[in-house]
Design a protein around this ligand. Structure first.
Ligand SMILES: Cc1cc2nc3c(=O)[nH]c(=O)nc-3n(C[C@H](O)[C@H](O)[C@H](O)COP(=O)(O)OP(=O)(O)OC[C@H]3O[C@@H](n4cnc5c(N)ncnc54)[C@H](O)[C@@H]3O)c2cc1C
Length: 388
């Protein structure tokens, strides 16, 4: 798409070495067969503790992660900022299950909020609910099952952790995204975040829930919360995404024989994503939102909506966001044109971010169509550099 076509701007801060690394990486993971083998080998190697950490770190990790800690992610954040791109530090350690893990992760999330408070280039903080409580508890709450004494205690602890994180964010004036997950645990998350929005979003949107527009009930939900916010006079914060668990949603609804909660066609998801952007823009005095997508059409459509509504390109109520290492042509060209934009920058110990890295590898196979675009752009830039 012409809007995002400036390849020189896209790779302005990448050295030849960076470009070559990205080229080889995307070449390898472009083949679904290789990716399948590679991800299985990686999982096994990590499990049996083969010393592959340094290889992973120099390749796929370097492409998609900022560093192992907040401090070591600093140079990535500084580099992005030179191109007018903010950073959203995302502690991406997954698969944590103990009380000790949850407490440690809560502290780490609070540390990212404190870091954002001290840094003009870190406009938001973020966390994933299953990083601070157990999946099974969220599932039970979503199903409205009766909780036993121990579970009631865990629920209280979860509420207290969320409350502490949200309170810190509001006190330090750092808007906070909460990621969305599988539909069978999302009900519990939605309820909790709605409570937080009502409590903390009285003067502006500090707390942001995430809407997955592959779900076939989310436009109705958006209208419902909008009406509630108008009635009760609070502001809404939303991160709009298409959704990362499409296959799992379809499989589970088939296996357990309940109505499928997600759209069956990509067109329906695209339609709802763009409709959600339109509704948000039309209610911009009530809703602040982030368009979190690698989709060129949706990103370009939002730039049209912004100009149709006579809003400023860098209106702080409308953030564009992509993941580090992906769709740089969208990020860098939007930044260059003056839009408000930030990258999600995942960080964490190599073995803990492996599930995240494996999802990125799978997402970039040629099946999804994403890779060919990344690779085509890298090849174009390599050629441009050679000829210039
Ligand atoms: C900054 C950022 C934050 C994110 N946070 C979250 C989060 O909190 N929770 C979360 O779930 N995801 C999150 N994601 C991931 C996101 O949901 C998508 O999986 C990913 O961005 C790909 O979608 P897209 O809009 O970029 O692009 P596209 O490539 O245009 O769309 C791919 C998406 O379309 C949908 N889709 C694909 N095939 C079909 C089909 N046959 N029928 C219906 N729909 C289909 C799926 O959602 C798929 O992921 C985030 C992404 C970004 C960039």
């Amino acid at each position: 798409m012409e809007f995002f076509d400036n390849i020189k701007i896209t790779y302005a801060d990448k050295s030849d070495k960076d470009l070559n690394r990205a080229y080889f990486l995307f070449r390898i993971i472009s083949r679904p067969f290789f990716t399948k083998i590679l991800t299985s080998v990686l999982q096994l190697a990590i499990r049996i503790r083969l010393p592959i950490k340094e290889i992973v770190k120099a390749t796929i990790y370097k492409q998609f992660c900022g560093g192992t800690s907040i401090e070591t992610s600093q140079s990535t954040a500084d580099n992005l900022w030179k191109s007018g791109i903010g950073t959203i530090l995302n502690f991406s350690a997954e698969g944590k299950e103990t009380l000790e893990d949850f407490t440690m992760t809560k502290q780490e999330i609070i540390a990212t909020i404190q870091k954002a408070n001290q840094s003009e280039n870190i406009p938001f903080a973020v966390f994933k609910p299953t990083a601070i409580t157990s999946f099974s508890l969220l599932e039970k709450i979503t199903r409205r099952q009766t909780l036993n004494k121990q579970e009631l205690k865990e629920k209280k602890e979860f509420e207290s952790r969320i409350n502490e994180i949200c309170k810190t964010a509001v006190e330090l004036k750092v808007p906070l995204f909460i990621d969305a997950e599988e539909s069978w645990i999302q009900g519990a998350i939605d309820e909790m975040i709605m409570e937080m929005m009502q409590k903390f979003n009285g003067d502006k949107a500090w707390i942001f829930n995430t809407l997955q527009l592959y779900r076939n009930d989310r436009i109705a939900y958006l209208k419902e919360i909008l009406s509630d916010a108008k009635n009760k006079n609070y502001f809404i914060g939303l991160k709009l995404v298409r959704g990362a668990y499409h296959r799992q949603e379809i499989e589970r609804s088939n296996d357990l024989n309940y109505p499928c909660p997600v759209h069956k066609t990509k067109e329906d998801t695209d339609k709802d994503f763009n409709l959600a952007q339109k509704i948000c823009i039309e209610n911009i005095d009530r809703i602040s939102f982030c368009s979190a997508t690698h989709n060129e059409e949706s990103s370009a459509y939002l730039t049209d909506l912004i100009s149709q509504q006579n809003l400023k390109k860098n209106d702080k109520r409308i953030l564009f966001s992509q993941l580090l290492g992906m769709s740089d042509h969208i990020t860098y060209n939007l930044a260059n044109k003056g839009y408000y934009i930030a990258k999600y920058v995942p960080y964490g110990p190599v073995k803990d971010v492996m599930p995240y890295l494996i999802r990125r590898a799978e997402e970039n196979t040629s099946i999804t169509g994403q890779m060919s675009r990344e690779l085509t752009n890298i090849i174009k830039e390599k050629r441009r550099r050679k000829n210039s």
